[in-house]
Design a protein around this ligand. Structure first.
Ligand code: ADP
Length: 480
């Protein structure tokens, strides 16, 4: 089966979150399962600077494409799969992130940037990239940045099956009517059964309406988005399209996230060498200036510092546990007030709290390896990858019962502990108090070394391989 995988992020070339890891891990697993996969990505400056010369260039023929848009073929660094870059220096080669400036302002021309990307993808599917055979049977689209592809495929009468994956319904690519006109989209798409969304229009809605199949990244999130508030205004629309919606749990790339051979950590370990984990803890404490102690529980957190991730609850829990025997390491960036409040707390507690604002892949691995607990108190979580990585590192996750967190972490209830199936600590109530109570519960369990070790071993034995997800996607591609 020949698949074109369209995405706006790809590890290790460009990453703001889980989508980059998914694009890498899933595409490689699809290829191992026998699919012929090509990835297609905007040619961001940051990506080009990592790739060198292309293997080939192809002119694109499309009346709706800017004349400065081109296509070039490279190879994915990690998997070696073919990688097409839609190149346009004026749109994609800028300092800053893929969606926003260095100061977190969305690029003002995001609609055009991703509409042009979508049109270029459809040009490839239609065989209008000169010298490049199409023959694709499936186009797999990811999040709003690719949302126009299914509609354009349908409008052009192309034969491909279109699958649209929602990685986070909260980001919908919403723009105004003037932008709709500038993009020269078919006028009949300005309709509530097409793109129109409360007086504006949404790329995400376009993907949902026009694709053959819609997936999201965990079974629980696929249920949750059928209702508000997690439907983000689209619950009714999704209910209407429910027959084509399903949830496929993400996997983890254990060639990147494995404490037995992780190049980012100093002391490698697995189930047979678990005591080495403590050396990583000391190493992390030393690096961050925390008090050196093997016995005080260390709680890690890596991620976007946004309301979604429950950072306000985390701050309240950190305040509530101040002065108790617990240490914290937080790595992330996001809302300025969260960044500032976290930094203030850390300044007041330099030996027990370390807060690093920024993006640091190596440190993220070191936090996974060095922490005892990993906090993910998300209000909602489509899948979440960090809790899956934490399990592998024997770092027990503390999570809210939502989305993929609910699908991957088993609470340490009395019955789960007795059955030897507990892998973490789960709470449901969406409050700071519930998080604080659950952290206290985890900390008291930490004082029982035999029980803790058993939980770590159970957690480390869990497998969320991309193979299983790839199998489910291949099945879904065929259910047109
Ligand atoms: P989301 O996609 O909602 O941001 P996920 O848990 O699905 O959250 O994926 C987040 C990914 O991004 C993980 O691989 C995580 O380690 C990484 N990540 C997030 N923030 C940072 C950061 N500040 N530094 C390093 N890695 C980060």
């Amino acid at each position: 089966m020949k698949v074109l995988f369209a995405t706006s992020e790809l590890y290790p070339l460009i990453k703001t979150g889980g989508l980059a890891d998914v694009s890498q891990g899933l595409s490689a697993a699809l290829a191992r399962a026998g699919a012929q996969v090509t990835l297609i990505l905007p040619g961001y400056g940051a990506v080009l600077s990592k790739l060198g010369q292309p293997e080939q260039r192809y002119p694109l023929q499309d009346d709706y494409l800017r004349t400065d848009v081109g296509l070039a073929r490279y190879r994915c660094p990690q998997s070696g799969l073919p990688l097409l870059l839609v190149e346009c220096p004026a749109l994609y080669e800028r300092d800053g992130g893929p969606y926003a400036t260095a100061t977190a302002e969305p690029w003002p021309d995001n609609a055009e940037r991703f509409a042009q990307f979508c049109r270029a993808v459809v040009c490839v599917l239609a065989g209008r990239a000169e010298g490049l055979a199409s023959g694709y049977e499936v186009v797999h689209c990811n999040d709003w940045q690719t949302g126009l592809i299914p509609g354009l495929v349908r409008q052009a009468g192309l034969p491909q099956t279109t699958l649209f994956t929602i990685h986070n319904l909260a980001y919908q690519g919403i723009f105004d009517h003037a932008t709709f006109q500038q993009l020269q989209l078919p006028p009949e798409w300005w309709h509530i059964e097409a793109l129109e969304f409360f007086g504006r229009f949404s790329f995400m809605k376009a993907g949902i309406v026009f694709s053959h199949r819609v997936t999201t990244v965990s079974p629980t999130y696929a249920e949750e988005i059928l209702h508000e508030p997690l439907g983000c205004g689209m619950a009714g629309l999704l209910q209407h399209h429910a027959p084509k919606l399903s949830g496929i749990l993400n996997g983890a790339d254990y060639s990147v996230w494995n404490p037995a051979d992780d190049p980012c950590i100093r002391f490698h370990y697995d189930a047979d060498r678990l005591p080495e984990k403590l050396n990583n803890k000391l190493d992390l404490q030393r690096q961050l200036g925390l008090r050196l102690t093997k016995t005080t529980p260390l709680i890690g957190m890596v991620g976007r510092l946004e309301q979604q991730k429950g950072v306000d609850w985390l701050l309240a829990a950190m305040e509530a546990l101040q002065g108790e025997a617990v240490q914290w390491v937080i790595l992330g960036s996001g809302r300025p007030e969260f960044e500032q409040q976290l930094q203030q707390l850390a300044r007041r507690n330099p030996k027990t709290m370390a807060v690093i604002i920024g993006y640091d892949e190596t440190l993220a691995h070191r936090i996974e390896a060095g922490s005892d607990l990993f906090a993910m108190p998300s209000r909602f979580e489509p899948c979440g990858l960090n809790q899956i990585y934490s399990l592998r590192y024997g770092t027990l996750p503390v999570v809210r019962h939502t989305g993929g967190l609910a699908d991957t972490v088993n609470d340490a209830s009395d019955s789960a502990l007795a059955a030897g199936t507990a892998t973490g600590f789960v709470f449901s109530e969406p409050t700071a108090e519930a998080l604080t109570r659950t952290l206290r519960r985890a900390i008291s369990r930490y004082a029982e070394p035999g029980l803790w070790r058993q939980m770590q071993l159970t957690a480390m034995a869990q497998r969320f391989d991309w193979e299983r997800s790839a199998h489910d996607y291949l099945t879904t591609y065929q259910q047109e």
